[in-house]
Design a protein around this ligand. Sequence first.
Ligand SMILES: [Zn+2]
Length: 423
Amino acid sequence: MSTSLTPPIESAVDRFLRYVRIDTQSQEDQSTTPSTATQWTLANLLADELRQLGVADVRVSDFCMVYAMLPANVARGRDVPVVGFISHLDTSPAVTGANVTPVVHRNYRGGDIALPNDPRQIITVAQHPVLDQMIGDDIITTDGTTLLGSDDKSGIAAIMTMIDVLRQNPQLEHGTIAVGFTADEEIGIGIEKFDVDAFGADVAYTVDGGTLGEISDETWSARMATVTFHGKSAHPGTAKGVMVNSIYALAQFLSEIPGNMLPETTEGRAGFVHPYSGVADVQDSSIRILLRDFELTGLDAKEQLVRELASATERQFPGATVAVDVKENYKNMREVLKDHPQLIENAFEAARRAGLTPFTLPIRGGTDGSKLTFRGLPCPNIFTGGHEFHSKLEFNSRRGLEKTTETLVHLVQIYAERATQQE
Ligand SMILES: [Zn+2]
């Protein structure tokens, strides 16, 4: 933070260390939102802390979503878009989030970091070259037995500290700011219970990314194909000329999928075809296939490939029929965000003012922001400084949390400046 500013009441690091100690692990296949009752503890704590920071309009919904609104402090506040910031309360079901004991490695001098309570867990420079840029920083890790929950309590700590800084420094001009802390992001369904109208933002950012400077306006466009092979079953003793074994049709189909088009052989901007689950039986066999691409044309081509391979298989196996069913999962949010270039421009400018070098990184997955974008709330993703999400090696640092906070503080001012300039 620039030296001319009054510091926040509490640092982003101290907030972060408090939040990660609260178990908020979500759980798959539950019938309620939130999927785990523990998420309420953090939701209610954050609501209280927001009120203590002087935010009057704070609410926790029946689905454990925290909504808050910080009023504009500029005279023409109504001309500034309401900017929203969203982070998720829960941590991944993949690794335990109970009894998280964060370890602060002060003034890091370089080298591998062994985690104290499990000697097998080592954050190595070889696998994490980013460590070379973190000399002198205070690195925050786990004790080796749990995940850290930097994903996404870093985002929460940065948003809370941004509010704190703005309250301490009324000279920083901003429009109305909407804050949303969401439950059950990691199991992919919480966002369905997020009330976009109640949130009240015109544009928003999820604060849920990685490396400092990384800003994402792209996710996969995603479909799922189910290919079903119908054969003819018969008693094997009298099957000659009668049985059509659909398992061989399935095997033939799979063997024709190009090996250079798979998740295990692609990276960067290349999409993939991913058969991931199926049933094999003489009468009926089926396979479910994920289709992923950043471009709709590329996605269409992958769907077309699946359909062509299915037809070819059908021709090769007289008596068998092959059916293809394709469902839309989600779309690349850039399809919408390309019409709102100022969201990325403003985030880039905010990162630059925080002394960072911004860059875009397409996300090889989906985000809550992509779903919100298609529900009418344009919502790219901003870094948090965190690394190695969903693992016992997860880490962030003092600089990571502070630079994320600083970027958010700049970002709300940029929206206020640019709205005024347009007068
Ligand atoms: Zn996350």
